[in-house]
Design a protein around this ligand. Structure first.
Ligand code: CMC
Length: 430
């Protein structure tokens, strides 16, 4: 039972509402009975003050720049672990022991191929289709192939669907890339680890091997870890909302991919790199900073600012380090884009506008340059984000389905449209 309460007063009536405390982080005022008692809704467009669920998976303290997966700091996981360990942690709540890790890696690896008939879907897309459009379509179509893992009430089927998505997402993403550049699909090679296999499927061809560079494969893996989950962000909330109706997991993840595509969310890494390219040289930065500050100009510095992080995005620090490692490895340490990025970061961090509004570089600021150096075109950046975030979406979806109090998500509204009025027959209108 909650001991703390909040009191709401409307006119001369007051109501008491329980306050719940999590393990860490802000308390929440439980307003589930509010409408029944007061006939009023709460109003919070953009959910800036709303906890839409309780969750044990990921914790963010935006003021302190903290991100924890199941209690473990993101930098420790990114420095010491691998992506499949992070997947296990997010799904099961604990770090795996040796036997559990080997078993999990084996189970994911067994599912890397997709049904051969699915390969034909790709040719239905226009040659110049954005790979994210292909991802939305093909991932949604998984539900038309894997009928034996659609029953969400069966824990075994839920787990098989989860493993299938984690395993197949890199394969589908690599195929979307190959289709985009007009090369033949490359099948997964299960002797490689998750991230190396992804690079292999993207960059080898039937006529030429792609020798795995351990520094680049490690960087890819770290990028996946950094993007694996991020609490109740827009795409995760989309997955939860879609799943709350009982929709199958493949359809829910496709909904998450659609949401991720937007430039305010997963599309920001692509937008950030395009912006750096547009700026071109450090001497043009003041012009763009002035535009970002101009209220009459819709331009924003892409890769800056975050709804939750008002101190520093802890992922950005690791991403910056990874970026330097990759550029040094591929011999692009003096890449002009990096010079622009570093100078822009320096200016923005010392400029009053950005300091006052707490606009710090976010993960996308450096991930674009890194992914470019790894060899990916900008259109693939959000696809890579989707590959990484799949495990977060699934872990959150599973948590919701397994919650005995789960019900369909159904927000209400402040109606501002026309009041009831009489229908005017067509022949009586002008
Ligand atoms: N450049 C210039 N001004 C900005 C920026 C920016 N990137 N971001 C916010 N502001 C200003 C904004 O104009 C507003 O000013 P005012 O108070 O005078 O109206 C103030 O800062 C607050 O902005 P907001 O839009 O109310 O903040 P938000 O929390 O709704 O938006 C955001 C967060 C990430 C959508 C926004 O900062 C943004 O558009 N950033 C650029 C896109 C980007 O990098 N997105 C990636 C987010 S990280 C990846 C992920 O987790 O998905």
């Amino acid at each position: 039972m909650s001991e703390k309460t909040a009191t709401l007063t409307i006119g001369d009536q007051s109501w008491s509402m329980p306050i719940h405390s999590g393990s860490i982080g802000p308390d929440v005022i439980d307003i589930t009975k509010l409408y029944g008692q007061t006939k009023a809704f709460t109003y919070d467009p953009g959910f800036t003050s709303t906890a839409s669920c309780s969750s044990e998976i990921t914790y963010i303290d935006g003021d302190e720049g903290v991100l924890l997966y199941r209690g473990y700091a993101i930098d420790e996981l990114a420095e010491n672990g691998d992506f499949l360990e992070t997947c296990y942690l997010l799904l099961y709540g604990e770090l795996p022991n040796h036997a559990q890790k080997e078993d999990f890696d084996r189970r994911v690896t067994r599912h890397t191929m997709i049904h051969e008939q699915m390969t034909r879907f790709f040719s239905g897309f226009r040659r110049d289709a954005h790979p994210m459009a292909v991802m939305v379509g093909v991932v949604g179509a998984l539900s038309s192939f894997y009928h034996d893992s659609l029953d969400i009430s069966d824990p075994h089927q839920r787990m098989i669907a989860s493993l299938r998505m984690i395993a197949k997402m890199p394969t589908i993403a690599a195929m979307a890339y190959k289709y985009y550049i007009g090369q033949p699909f490359v099948y997964p090679k299960n002797s490689l680890d998750y991230s190396a296999n992804f690079l292999h499927m993207c960059f080898s061809t039937p006529c030429e091997d792609y020798p795995i560079d351990p520094i680049l494969a490690r960087a890819m893996d770290r990028i996946f870890i950094l993007h694996a989950d991020h609490e109740q962000n827009a795409s995760t909330s989309t997955v939860r909302l879609a799943g709350s109706s009982g929709a199958n997991p493949f359809a829910c993840i496709a909904a998450g991919i659609a949401c991720l595509w937007g430039p305010a969310h997963g599309g920001a890494n692509e937008a950030a790199l395009l912006m750096l390219q547009e700026i071109g040289t450090p001497d043009r930065i003041p012009e763009f900073v002035a535009r970002a500050k101009d209220k009459n100009d819709p331009f924003r510095l892409m890769g800056f600012g975050h709804r939750v992080y008002k101190n520093y995005d802890p992922r950005a620090k690791i991403m910056q380090k990874t970026c330097h490692e990759v550029l040094a490895e591929v011999g692009h340490a003096d890449d002009p884009l990096l010079q622009v990025a570093m100078e822009l970061e320096r200016i923005a961090l010392t400029d009053d506008y950005f300091i006052e509004k707490k606009l710090y570089p976010n993960i996308d600021f450096y991930s674009g340059i890194t992914l470019k150096a790894l060899g990916f075109p900008t259109a693939m950046f959000t696809v890579l984000f989707a590959v990484a975030r799949t495990v977060g979406w699934i872990a959150q979806w599973k948590e919701m389905i397994e919650d005995p109090h789960q019900k369909i998500g159904r927000p209400r509204q402040l109606y501002t449209g026309a009041a009831p009025r009489d229908y005017l027959p067509y022949d009586k209108r002008d």
